[in-house]
Design a binder for this molecule. Sequence first.
Ligand SMILES: [Zn+2]
Length: 419
Amino acid sequence: MVDRWRVLAALLATRWRRFGSREALQRYQERRLRTILTRARRTFPAYAQVQGTALTDFPILDKEGWLSRFDGLNDRGLSLEQCLAAAGAAEASGRFDATLAGVSVGLSSGTSGRRGVFLTSPQEQARWAGAMLAKTLPSLREPVRVALVLRSGGPLYEAVGGGRITFTHIDLALPAETINERLLAFAPTVLAAPPQVLDDLARHPIRPGPTVIYSVADVLDDDVAARIERGFGLTVGQVYQATEGFLGITCAHGTLHLNEDLVHVERELIDAGTGRFVPVITDLYRSTQAIIRYRLGDVLVPGPDECPCGSVFATIARIEGRAEDVPHFTSRSGGDRPLFTDVIRAALLAAPGVQDFRLVQRGDGSLRLAVRPPQAQASAHLALHRLLESRALVVPEIGGMPWPVEAATDKRRRVRRVV
Ligand SMILES: [Zn+2]
């Protein structure tokens, strides 16, 4: 059971921590990094050979590399096999997480590859819950009713139920009507759910509706956000949360900011023109498991340098999904070129009659396209063809495909690569 006082302490610390300038933030991050990295060399066997305490002395790890060194990257001496077995057994019995050596063992949902295994101590859970509440709740004076529609429960609602804050967790795997009924009965003031759930709810919004809505766990495309906002009559915020950490949240001005008080973010540039990057994160507080120079698979588009809210945290214009899902084409002048998801989405949704689509690039470079409604298939094909030509890319074979089967708990990916 998570300690409520620890949650409250983290909540207040997060609310009160203010940075007057980017430099002040950097000084704070440097202090935290020194503490984290010094301990890492002593504590985690995988870092015993690291020569210095500068961040760049540590290797960058993607999920695969990180999992392959799992045993040396936690301070409990737990092995990956042990943790997978415990988490698997817990899942099979309908529980959300297992406990080993005093820490919770959670699995990431994972859209591809192996599932990540994440260990958190009760203190880390309390800190996470406090930071999450501090950043999501509109006011600490009013009573709030928070409904979370998610794949799995977290420590959050268990930690802080009762008092002025009431939580309900609704399992995303339930039928849409059941989710609706539960929300109606609970009457949340704050609603957090994946975009496709909000999109469904926006068609028959609950009344009285929530005053704050957050899209979580999936990419929020502009067209979906617009529908949600029309339905609810509210702007929709985003919580950028992964099993790896609480990475960002929308401010009152609708700008997504990285949580640079919790994580240090390095940018691995993948497109110089737009500044698109893949974040390499270092958690400034986690101690059970090392999240040091961990490469997330997401593509982020940087936002404006400044935000009217006054926060010095970096802004993000868009989260574009997984880097591994970005289709690549051959340029007519030779060479391999990426074509980013938002460009494809804009072109296809602008094609006459197209309401939604799924695009898959296969290992041989060919494309498969599914379109709703199906009558708009030809129009979508033409738009895609024209887009590739206008970008001076060699047009590969484009074929149709049936609309993919998507479970309620699957992440929605409009554009995907399969290899
Ligand atoms: Zn802002």
